[in-house]
Structures are given as structure tokens and as C-alpha cells.
Design a protein around this ligand. Structure first.
Ligand code: PLP
Length: 575
């Protein structure tokens, strides 16, 4: 294939990720991790980096979400047109799983940048006639099945991924392991190295961790590992790098990567405490500016800030856009969203009413019910100044608490219907995300800190002049200037507070700011509000974008000199 041959002319960065969100018709993503991977591919292409991405084909997707009349989430497989959308590749490799030979095939999608550069995205697939029926299903469901199924998927991604890149003839400068799921690639490289030389592997691997909690790290019992995974390296060596008692994918990647980073400054600090002794750098996430800017704002930026899509730092000039035009573009996106909400849910909302958006994976630590902490207060605030709310989000099929949160939002939307209009949009995906982050007035984010490694949806909102109202966690610690780029919820530091005290402060601060600051500002100080919208664009988007993020990966991770960078981290840690 000619395109691939052209792309093999120089050593590539090979980016391995369990999920990559390119567009809606390839539903192989579950949330922020996949969207970040998609934005990484988009920016790598725009910047003409020698880059190839590897993921699983996940033929049945993550799932399609249906909400029953009782408010319960039901999951449906989301089969997609693999054959129509992707191009088959002739190469095949094998991996050993449970002592069997499993054949792994590949498909490619050529992601094309508007400047003409291409990043190939390789989708690994075990659904081949040479495999037994069970093995054919390994690459069906993203994050489906049990621990055994997950381990098999990670073997296909890490070991199969390394072998496929080799079979395709890529010379790889660095393997970028996006979260622990792909960490088994380190064992395959260790196996290939002279005398199991860890420095050989470290010189080739970059690892980005995304998980700020110990319980969130991917771990496998060694009994299971011995049954499923072939002996790529002698067992004592596996234990040395992957952990005494369990195979911990984060630890494995940490031990065998020459450069490691967290996805926001705070997250890197938390990770350094969790894994003392490791040099964990920090490259804060960003979103792909063009992809996440709505039609109306693209037109505005094209007119006033030409070149912004290639160089999003130009968006710092947002102040030159006239207020009325910012407002007109925003109201247009808002009308589109409210029309969509009406079609999908029947809820009719008013474009002149302050609209709050909340959408992300529905899981306990994101606290989707936070805004409902005090219903009486919520009703009282509404009587002083109206507001309406739009929610969306999927819960992992096995996350019962997440599902109960959805059910509770639906129940409350009915209970409060006479006072506050609340809509829940089914089946959150890239397209709905894009409508929501541009069409609401305020983007709400209420995670339990420090559990939000970065978060990215607030960055998308900022690109569209939508104001972020968020707990000080993840990227918002870096992006927030109180009352200028948006608003915080709760104290600056949680130090010395019990969880209960912290929660009370956060809830109180949230309601106070909503009642005394945000609502009055929206209805009575329109000029000020528009200035804030321009601040969000001009002070958040220029930095929190994926072009800046990728330029940092290039200069600090892909081409770094280890000694220099480690020295930097020591200084960062000391200060
Ligand atoms: C951006 C995005 C996310 C991540 O949202 P967070 O607020 O960072 O958790 C999840 N899902 C979709 C579809 C997205 O577009």
C-alpha cells in the first residue's frame, strides 16, 4: 500500500491506546481517555509528525445506551461497519493466549489533516477464521467481560501491537503507552532485547498514566497471568518489574519506560506520592481546537483570527472580536442544542434562560448528583433567577452506582419539572458532546478531588466561550483565574479538612456562587458576561489545546535527553 510505504520513510512514534475516538461512526471509545487519544491523532496529523496509532477494533463498540422509562440504563451492542470504514491490511501476526496460538489481523484508517498530512490508525482484530470461536470475540467489546477477557485484550494490544508494527515494517522511535492497558508491550520489547536489558526498553518507551487512585490501576492476579499470558520473560523478572503480588500494569510501565508523565500538574504530584522514587513528569492535556470549536465560532475565528486552527495560541487575541458577534455565535449554537434537546426528549427550553450543562462518564467520583445536594435551596435560587439543565453520560455496564446516578437524575428531573427544566440526553457520544459544550452557558464539573486526573470537556467549552464552573481539580487548577476565566467550587486546598467538611464547603460555595454571582451576572450584566466569554476563549484555549500538548510530547518525551529531564523533575519536586 503506497500511503503506508510513504509513511515508513522515517522512524515513527507508535501510540498505543485501548480506545481512540476518531468520529461517531467508529464507536470504539468510552470517554475522556479515548477522546484524548483521538485529539492526539488529530494534532499529530496537523503537525505532520511521523506518527502511527494502534488500538483494538472493538467490533461491538462500547455500547449504545438506552434509558428505560424508569430511568434505568440498558446497554446494546453497537456493531459498526468495520468493512466499510476501514481498509484491510494483509499482514497477520500471532500471540499466545492460554497456550493457544491466536492470529491477529489489522485494519487501517488514514486520518487526514486539513493540511494533507496523514496518521494511520491501526485497528487490531482477532475475528479471523483461523481462530477458535472464543478467540474471535477477544476484540469485540471495549472494556467488556471479566478480568480474563481484559487480559487477553491487553495481550492483543501490547504484544500483538508490537508484532504488528514490526510486520508492517515500521521503524519505531518511541512507543507511547497511553495508560496501563498497553503496558505488555514492554515485556515484548524486553524479550527482544539483548539479555533482557531494561535500558533497551526504557530507551524506547514513553508512558502516560491517567489514573490518580490506587484502586484504578489495572491489576491481574499472577494465577490468571500464568494461565493466559505466555512466558515472554522469566517469571521472576516479570515480578521484579510488574509487582510482587499482582501484575500491576502501571508499575510495569513505570519500571520500563524512559519517560513517564501525568496529565495535569496536580495529577503528576499525586502520582509521585503514589509511586515514590519515580520521575513522573507532567504534560497537561489539551483538546483539538478545530475539532471542538462549533461552526459558528469557527466562522468567527476564521474572520478575526486567521491561522487559529494551526496555531491555537493565536486565540489569545479573542478580545478583538466584537461582543455582539460573540453573543450571536453563542446564541446560534444554543438554539441548535435546545432544538436537539426538544427533538430527543420533548423538553422545551428557553434560549434566554441560563443553561447549565453536565456531561461525562457517569460514575460516582464525578458526582453527577452534586448539584442536587439541597433541593430546597435549588428551588429557592430558581425563583430569583431561572436556569435549566442538560445532562448526558454513560455508566460502565458494571458500574451500578453510576447507573443509579442516572436513574436519580431522571427521577429528579420529574420531581423538579414544575420549577426547573432538566433534560437527560441518551447515548452520550462525540457529536452530542460537541453540541453540548458549545450550546450551554455554563459547563459544570464537580469531581471528588483529587480523582479527576485532568478532565477535558471544560477545555472544549472554553473554545466556544462557555464558562467553566468547577471544583479545583485536574486541569482547572492551572486554567482557572477566579471570576476571569470561570469560577471555582470549594476551597483552594483540601488539606486539613475531613471529607465531610470539604463536601459542605463545596456545596455551600457552589450554591452561593450560583445564586449571588452567576445568575445575577447572566441576567443583569450582559457586557461583563460577554467579556468573560472572551476571557475563556482568549486565556484558556491558547494553552489547553492538543497542539500545545503534542509539541510538548515531542520536545520533552519523544526527543528528550533523559538526564536533563530527570533533573528538571527533581527541581519541580523540590520546589
Ligand atoms: C470530552 C469527552 C469526555 C471527557 O469529559 P470529561 O469532562 O473530561 O470527563 C467524555 N466523553 C465524551 C464523548 C467527550 O467528548
Amino acid at each position: 500500500m503506497e500511503i503506508l510505504e510513504n509513511l515508513k520513510r522515517e522512524p515513527v512514534i507508535a501510540y498505543l491506546s485501548m480506545e481512540i475516538a476518531l468520529f461517531n461512526d467508529i464507536p470504539t471509545y468510552s470517554g475522556g481517555l479515548g477522546v484524548l487519544a483521538g485529539d492526539t491523532v488529530r494534532s499529530a496529523a496537523d503537525l505532520s509528525l511521523p506518527f502511527v496509532a494502534v488500538t483494538l477494533v472493538s467490533r461491538k463498540g462500547y455500547f449504545r445506551q438506552e434509558i428505560t422509562p424508569e430511568g434505568w440504563q440498558v446497554e446494546h451492542p453497537m456493531e459498526w461497519d468495520v468493512e466499510k470504514i476501514l481498509t484491510p491490511l494483509p499482514q497477520k501476526v500471532t500471540v499466545a493466549i492460554e497456550g493457544r496460538k491466536v492470529t491477529v489481523g489489522a485494519w487501517v484508517y488514514f486520518w487526514r489533516s486539513f493540511i494533507g498530512s496523514i496518521v494511520p490508525v491501526i485497528f487490531l482484530d482477532t475475528d479471523l477464521p483461523e481462530n477458535n470461536p472464543e478467540d474471535r470475540t477477544i476484540t469485540d467489546f471495549l472494556y467488556g467481560g471479566d478480568r480474563r477477557y481484559r487480559l487477553k485484550q491487553e495481550i492483543v494490544l501490547g504484544v500483538g501491537g508490537a508484532r504488528m508494527l514490526k510486520a508492517l515494517g515500521f521503524e519505531v522511535r518511541k512507543y507511547h503507552i497511553n495508560e496501563g492497558h498497553a503496558a505488555l508491550i514492554t515485556l515484548e520489547l524486553l524479550r527482544q532485547s539483548p539479555q533482557f536489558d531494561p535500558e533497551f526498553v526504557r530507551a524506547r518507551c514513553v508512558f502516560t498514566t491517567h489514573t490518580p487512585v490506587e484502586a484504578g490501576h489495572d491489576k491481574f492476579a499472577y494465577d490468571l497471568v500464568r494461565e493466559v499470558l505466555e512466558e515472554l520473560v522469566p517469571f521472576p523478572l516479570l515480578q521484579k518489574y510488574g509487582g510482587e503480588d499482582h501484575l500491576n500494569m502501571t508499575l510495569l510501565a513505570l519500571n520500563l519506560s524512559g519517560y513517564v508523565n501525568g496529565v495535569a500538574r496536580r495529577h503528576s504530584e499525586v502520582s509521585r506520592h503514589m509511586f515514590p522514587g519515580y520521575a513522573i513528569h507532567s504534560i497537561t492535556n489539551g483538546v483539538h481546537s478545530f475539532a471542538w470549536t462549533s461552526e459558528s465560532f469557527r466562522a468567527l475565528f476564521d474572520r478575526y483570527i486567521p491561522g487559529w486552527a494551526y496555531e491555537p495560541s493565536f486565540l489569545s487575541r479573542a478580545d478583538i472580536i466584537p461582543d455582539e458577534e460573540i453573543w450571536r455565535a453563542h446564541q446560534e449554537e444554543k438554539r441548535k442544542l435546545l432544538q436537539f434537546v426538544k427533538e430527543k426528549t420533548g423538553v422545551e427550553m428557553d434560549e434566554n434562560v441560563l443553561t447549565i450543562g453536565f456531561a461525562r462518564r457517569m460514575t460516582a467520583y464525578k458526582r453527577p448528583l452534586f448539584i442536587f445536594s439541597d433541593l430546597a435551596r435549588l428551588r429557592r435560587i430558581k425563583r430569583k433567577g431561572p436556569f435549566q439543565m442538560i445532562f448526558a453520560g454513560k455508566a460502565h455496564p458494571q458500574d451500578w452506582e453510576g447507573k443509579r446516578c442516572i436513574q436519580e437524575i431522571i427521577r429528579l428531573s420529574r420531581e423538579l419539572a414544575a420549577d426547573i427544566k432538566i433534560a437527560f440526553l441518551e447515548n452520550y457520544d462525540l457529536d452530542i458532546a460537541k453540541k453540548m459544550v458549545a450550546g450551554v452557558d455554563v459547563w459544570l464539573n464537580t469531581p471528588m478531588r483529587p480523582l479527576e486526573a485532568s478532565g477535558t470537556s471544560g477545555m472544549k467549552a472554553a473554545h466556544n466561550g462557555v464558562l467553566h464552573f468547577s471544583v479545583l481539580d485536574g486541569w482547572w487548577i492551572e486554567g482557572h483565574v477566579e471570576g476571569v476565566t470561570g469560577w471555582s467550587i470549594g476551597p483552594e486546598s483540601e488539606a486539613g479538612k475531613t471529607p465531610q467538611e470539604l463536601l459542605e464547603e463545596e456545596v455551600d460555595d457552589f450554591y452561593n456562587k450560583l445564586e449571588y454571582l452567576i445568575i445575577p451576572l447572566y441576567y443583569t450584566q450582559k457586557d461583563h458576561w460577554r467579556q468573560l466569554m472572551k476571557n475563556a476563549i482568549g486565556k484558556v484555549a491558547p494553552y489547553f489545546n492538543a497542539h500545545r500538548m503534542m509539541r510538548r510530547y515531542v520536545t520533552e518525551a519523544y526527543f528528550h535527553q533523559p538526564l536533563l529531564v530527570n533533573h528538571l523533575v527533581q527541581e519541580e519536586t523540590a520546589s
